[in-house]
Design a protein around this ligand. Sequence first.
Ligand code: ATP
Ligand code: MG
Ligand code: MG
Length: 555
Amino acid sequence: NQTMPANFIENIINEDLKTGKYVGRVHTRFPPEPNGYLHIGHAKSICLNFGLALKYGGLCNLRFDDTNPSKEDTEYVDSIQEDVKWLGFSWDDRMFYASDYFEQLYEYAVQLIKSGKAYVCDLSAEQIREYRGTLTEPGKESPYRNRGVEENLDLFERMRAGEFPDGSRVLRAKIDMASPNLNMRDPVLYRIMRASHHRTGDKWLIYPMYDYAHPVSDSIEGVTHSICTLEFEDHRPLYDWALEALGIYQCRQIEFARLNLTNTIMSKRYLRQLVEEGYVSSWDDPRMPTISGLRRRGYTPEAIRDFCDRIGVAKSNSTVDIALLEHCIREDLNTKASRVMAVLRPLKVVIVNYPEDRVEELIAENNPENPDMGSRAMPFSREIYIEQEDFNENPPKKYFRLTPGGEVRLKHAYIIKCEQVVKDEKTGEVLEVHCTYDPATKSGSGTSNRKVKGTIHWVSAAHAVKAEARLYDYLMISGDRTEEEAGETDDFKSRLNPDSLHTLSCFVEPSLKIAKPGSRYQFLRHGYFCMDIVDSTNEIPVFNRIVSLKDSWTK
Ligand code: ATP
Ligand code: MG
Ligand code: MG
């Protein structure tokens, strides 16, 4: 977005371009681990990385960071590609896998051993942790630290060949056990793990650690600016160390604040639990903050990109109000979505002075904000449905809808007057309302300038389409702790909103008979809805409420 002020990352890039550090190139990457579906936080990273490439005429790779086979799967690889494309970005022929580099990573590790910069360590994971020390206490050197190069080469080769059990040995970088940065205290580069990899199968018994695989993968791809989230700031010295020790292309790691959203849990780890334990129906449940969930809910790529633009990038963590995301989709749909009438909680109204066999075609504009969208015909007849809440026998003050003896305008139709209320004799429940209409008050006819205070929506009972409406509330009740705090220290499931889905059997106007799954509408007065792409059937279309009309975003 050319009109936005440059963010701190752009300032760094501008400076690098000025000093000629990267010979005028900008090359970024988006590096998801295929261990779950992408979420709105990933969208921020996607918009940033692909956006920078677009802005600077550079390139952005899609790279699967698939170095930890235990949780990875091709299902996730496929969904990630679909989601990035849907957001509107393309990687052309630049889709890579860190696993493509396993052989090269191994060769580089051998090189580190040969130059005395890595060694095989036989300490257990627990011992390694103990030896590492703490922030206030220096680490202790491993007794295996000064193994000779030949012995290290031999052991590393045999680790690869499968001679040792899982966890019995690791390859470590030889850096500095007294470093104030714990990440520099001889970090593990390789571990033995007998796990089948979704691409390399059982070929490998040793796998590289993220802190080693990531800088090397960036370097192999010629990435200039490797953008990651803040928690990797302390890992940057190791990132730089690896590239320098190997003497290969030096990329620049830049950290930015990850996105946190109110009422939202975002880590894949937690999202997976919600799916696996049945708290939601799937990764694309419309309540999920996944890109596939937002898509199914009815969010547009434009709204998500706009949201990512508006939140910008910063160097310190904060939590964004989810009301901003909702504001963005309202703004996008305001001029795009047809207004239609849907009655979510129906109450039958009989217009007693309207001829029984007459059906009138009324003209309804599709979008007052966008006249280009034209108009449609709405059938009107003697029996209609209105919302239960649009009729009140004992109205409070300032209630301008239908009341006994009162009048209201039916949108695009006539003024009606309530003449009689039909109730269940036993329960007192209102079954029907009988009204009369004033033929001179037809909308747009100009034959009467009579005005009433309230206008309500309706559908013709004989013509309406039966549908299911799903109204959502936030999946998480709000808390004042961040996701990290709440998630790590207590059971995040205690913050799950038990009331996040309401399903209603409703009636929508007949023009929606030809609605296509995935299409979006504004149901007048109710909000924006999207026809569900999974559960809609020919008999019963399902409509997900994307967002209500009430905008609570304040700057
Ligand atoms: P999670 O904790 O949700 O599993 P992750 O960082 O482990 O996230 P990756 O697949 O490794 O997930 O992420 C790919 C890229 O997306 C990384 O560069 C990461 O920094 C970025 N990313 C992940 N979550 C967010 C977020 N909430 N805000 C911004 N960027 C994010
Ligand atoms: Mg990660
Ligand atoms: Mg993760």
